[in-house]
Design a protein around this ligand. Structure first.
Ligand SMILES: [Zn+2]
Length: 141
C-alpha cells in the first residue's frame, strides 16, 4: 500500500539515492548545529543551510531530469572516493609516525628499491639490510 503510493509518486522521477541521503543527513547536522548555536547570526546561517540542503534533496528526489541527477550522483561518488583515499593516506601517515616511534626509530629509504625501513635510534653507525630486496647499506642511527 505504502510502496504502491511511493511507486506512483516517484514514477519517472529520480527517487532516493546516496547523494540525497547525504544531503538529508547534512541538513540534520545543520539543524543540530543551529540548536547548539542558539539564536543569533550563526544559528540563522545554520538554519538557512539546513533548509537549502533539504530543499535540494527534495528537488533531487522528485526531479524528472534523471540523467542530470545521475551525473550529480557520479560526481558525488567520485568526491567521496577521493576523500576516503586521502583519509586513508593521512591515517597511515599517523599510524607510521606515532610520537613514541618517531622518538625511538629512524625512518630510512632503501637506496636500491626505495622501500621504507625503520631502524632503532641511537645505535651509532649500523649496517641496515633491506627487508624487501636484501640490499645492505651503512647508516647513522
Ligand atoms: Zn631495498
Amino acid at each position: 500500500m505504502i510502496n504502491a503510493f511511493w511507486g506512483k509518486l516517484l514514477r519517472g522521477r529520480n527517487g532516493f539515492d546516496s547523494f540525497s541521503r547525504f544531503l538529508i543527513v547534512a541538513a540534520l547536522v545543520m539543524m543540530i548545529a543551529e540548536m547548539i548555536a542558539g539564536g543569533g547570526i550563526l544559528g540563522t546561517v545554520f538554519r538557512i543551510i539546513s533548509w537549502v540542503l533539504l530543499i535540494y534533496a527534495c528537488f533531487r528526489i522528485f526531479s524528472t531530469n534523471i540523467p542530470a541527477r545521475q551525473a550529480e550522483l557520479i560526481r558525488y561518488n567520485i568526491f567521496v572516493r577521493e576523500l576516503r583515499f586521502r583519509y586513508g593516506k593521512v591515517k597511515s601517515f599517523i599510524v607510521h609516525h606515532r610520537p613514541q616511534d618517531v622518538l625511538n626509530y629512524k625512518y630510512l629509504t632503501c637506496p636500491a628499491c626505495a622501500q621504507k625501513l625503520r631502524v632503532p635510534r641511537g645505535k651509532g653507525k649500523i649496517n641496515v639490510k633491506c627487508s624487501r630486496c636484501g640490499e645492505s647499506f651503512l647508516s647513522r642511527s
